[in-house]
Design a protein around this ligand. Structure first.
Ligand code: IDP
Ligand code: MG
Length: 147
């Protein structure tokens, strides 16, 4: 099954929305196969967001993502990358549709609540960056045939 990586950013933790956000994924039918809280290091953040290193907002982005604990998840389903990106909504919450996480909970790109892998290749790279093999669970969901 396809896997994707989600980061509930430090403002999701501070606004006490972690449960709400995880619940959305569970209700949609995504299987949680890894989950942890961590304060992302400057080194990991710089690697994770390396494609943006020349952007004007880069230092603000790294400062914010390292500013407190985040919650990291690996989610699995058919088409997990596309489904989770769709649930996440536009990078700029001003253009994110209501019903998406950014469209329901955020107003600025800098504090858009959540990161989600944007391709299968990115997901593979990001999952390896954030989770060791031992942190990933391989199990069956009894509801699977009903999804
Ligand atoms: P994505 O998170 O929707 O994939 P990217 O373009 O990959 O968006 O940008 C990574 C992150 O950088 C965004 O989630 C957002 O927090 C931040 N960001 C992107 N564009 C801006 C901007 O114009 N101002 C401030 N922060 C931005
Ligand atoms: Mg991105």
């Amino acid at each position: 099954m396809e896997k994707t990586l989600v980061i509930l950013k430090p403002n999701a933790v501070q606004r006490e929305l972690v449960g709400d956000l995880i619940s959305r994924f569970e209700k949609r039918g995504l299987k949680i196969t890894a989950l942890k809280m961590m304060t992302i290091s400057n080194e990991t953040a710089t690697k994770h967001y390396s494609e943006h290193r020349d952007k004007s907002f880069f230092s603000e982005l790294i400062g914010f993502i390292c500013s407190g604990p985040s919650v990291i998840l690996q989610l699995e389903s058919d088409d997990a990358v596309h489904i989770v990106r769709t649930m996440t909504g536009n990078t700029d919450p001003a253009y994110a549709a209501p019903g998406t996480i950014r469209g329901d909970y955020a107003t600025s790109p800098g504090h858009n609540m959540i990161h989600a892998s944007d391709s299968v290749d990115a997901a593979i790279r990001e999952i390896e960056m954030f989770f060791s093999k031992e942190e990933i669970q391989d199990y069956r969901l009894a509801v699977r045939p009903w999804l």
